[in-house]
Design a protein. Structure first.
Length: 117
């Protein structure tokens, strides 16, 4: 089991902010919601968009490429996309809804640590 890695300081992110960090060759998105920190892959599991460029509403993260929504608490798909009609049908053939990979986080003093496995 991999150890937790320090990615940032508590004060590096304000409430409602998110940012991408690199650790162990992975791009990890870290978001602060209230007093909690959440971490996940920075790439959308559907079309590969950089999720740090998306929108954060509470713990729900919206993909900037196709408007998929994921809950950062556990990675489940809240909404697969806002597309409709033929575009939605074609997309489902090539990329089915998949959850977002999330990582454990913890705060020790002023450090935010993530276990990127």
């Amino acid at each position: 089991m991999a150890d937790f890695k320090e990615l940032l300081k508590v004060d590096d992110l304000k409430n409602g902010q998110m940012k991408a960090y690199t650790t162990e060759g992975r791009e990890v998105l870290v978001a602060r919601v209230g007093g909690e920190f959440f971490a996940a892959d920075n790439r959308c599991p559907h079309f590969g968009a950089k999720l740090a460029e998306g929108k954060l509403d509470g713990t729900v993260l919206t993909c900037p490429k196709h408007a998929s929504q994921f809950d950062l608490k556990d990675g489940h798909v809240v909404r697969w996309t806002d597309w409709s009609g033929v575009k939605l049908g074609i997309a489902k053939v090539f990329k089915s809804p998949r959850p977002l990979v999330v990582y454990a986080t913890k705060v020790e003093g002023d450090k935010v640590l993530v276990r990127p496995t």
